[in-house]
Design a protein around this ligand. Structure first.
Ligand SMILES: [Zn+2]
Ligand SMILES: [Zn+2]
Length: 392
């Protein structure tokens, strides 16, 4: 039996226990860096599947590394398993969790039973939804021995080259002066007015922003009582763009909106950027193409295979990984009434049909990983593509 068939057969044989693992994680939604249940369930499953497991790896309680194989090149597949506040697994990370574990097992069994050298590492990456777990994995050296990285993500279409935007986030504060809102309003300086003006300035600026830019905000504090002129207002904004350069430009223009609004209202302003930017995704061409061909063999035609137009996705810390090693982040469709980050998608992430499509995309990932491990020419082309997009 070929290595690829060995991987598929292994994944099929594990499908039932993976389904149980997925539903277990789905029914215990945990947010950024609190994924204790998922960490325990996944590392137990991987240890039972013969992996050499390091729990609480890379200085994070809920990160892990699970390795099988020996010698040869090393490839990483990533698991995510964090959920969203209030709506649970509305991004389907329970499916990403099992896809990483299953692809890892499929590749490991194929390598060992086929007598082929090579190492597969399943990396457990906490806190994708805003916590930047992969940034910490990178900083802690998780990719130093790794030659390529892969993960898949459920969504609303089958895509090899999702447009993933770089993002920075900020907290902005305006400070004015309290006064009686009816008795002596002229003595006050209205911090809420400053914030509303800034919000409107950003809304107007959208008209003269590139269509790929996304800016969105939420007011956290807008005063305490209508009869007190608010002396304090606070909001949070996300700024996204497809390249670092354009993101820098938009960050500057957003700051100018805050500064202008503060000046117009006689308030002071201050801003705190997260210091934890998610990068755009540098989708690796040869790896994405290989994934697409393997997926096609399994009956799924990605809409952007052979140059078709892809679609966009928000932002992910896998973008940061893609600037460290050749990486892919294909998106796959699961039957849905509404897209990611909605309660309807939470339901879709627990569906049997969603599970089956996850298994198919997982096989494509395992097959493409085996291609990379056994084909030096593919490794060279993936590295050349990475070097070309990073100016080496
Ligand atoms: Zn998400
Ligand atoms: Zn997600």
């Amino acid at each position: 039996m070929s290595l690829w068939d060995l991987a598929s057969q292994t994944i099929d044989a594990a499908s039932e226990s993976l389904r149980a693992l997925s539903l277990d994680i789905h029914s215990h939604p945990e947010e950024n860096y609190e994924e204790e249940h998922a960490h325990q369930a996944l590392t137990t499953w991987l240890a039972d599947s013969g992996f050499d497991v390091t729990r609480s790896a890379y200085g994070m309680d809920t990160a892990f590394a699970a390795t099988r194989g020996s010698g040869g090149p090393t490839i990483a597949v990533l698991c995510e398993y964090d959920a969203l506040p209030g709506i649970g697994h509305a991004c389907g990370h329970n499916l990403i969790a099992i896809s990483g574990a299953a692809a890892g097992l499929g590749v490991a069994e194929a390598l060992e039973r086929g007598g082929v050298e090579g190492t597969i590492r399943v990396l457990g990456s906490p806190a994708e939804e805003g916590g930047g777990g992969k940034i910490r994995l990178i900083d802690e050296g998780a990719f130093e021995e790794v030659g390529a990285a892969m993960m898949i993500h459920p969504g609303t279409g089958d895509l090899l080259y999702p447009l993933v935007l770089a993002i920075d986030t900020c907290m902005v504060e305006f400070r004015g002066k309290n006064a009686h809102a009816a008795g002596a309003p002229w003595e006050g300086r209205n911090a809420l007015d400053a914030l509303v003006l800034a919000y409107q300035a950003i809304a107007l600026m959208r008209q003269q922003s590139h269509p790929t830019v996304r800016i969105h905000g939420k007011i956290h504090h807008g005063g305490d009582k209508p009869n007190i002129i608010p002396d304090y207002a606070q909001a949070e904004f996300y700024v996204r763009a497809p390249q670092e350069g354009r993101l820098n430009e938009m960050v500057k223009r957003v700051e100018e909106c805050f500064a202008g609004a503060a000046q117009a209202t006689g308030c002071e302003w201050s801003i705190t950027w997260s210091g934890q930017r998610y990068s755009n995704m540098a989708n690796n061409g040869p790896l994405a193409d290989r994934f697409g061909r393997r997926w096609l063999d399994l009956g799924v035609h990605a809409i952007d295979l052979d140059g078709g137009k892809g679609g966009s996705f928000g932002s992910t810390d896998m973008g940061n990984v893609s600037h460290v090693v050749p990486s892919i982040h294909p998106m796959y469709n699961i039957p849905h009434k509404s897209g990611n980050h909605t309660p309807e998608f939470t339901e879709a992430a627990a569906s049997e049909a969603g599970h089956q499509l996850t298994m198919t995309a997982t096989k494509a990932m395992a097959h493409a990983a085996l291609d990379w491990l056994t084909d030096p020419d593919l490794r060279d082309r993936a590295q050349a593509d990475f070097d070309a997009s990073h100016g080496n």
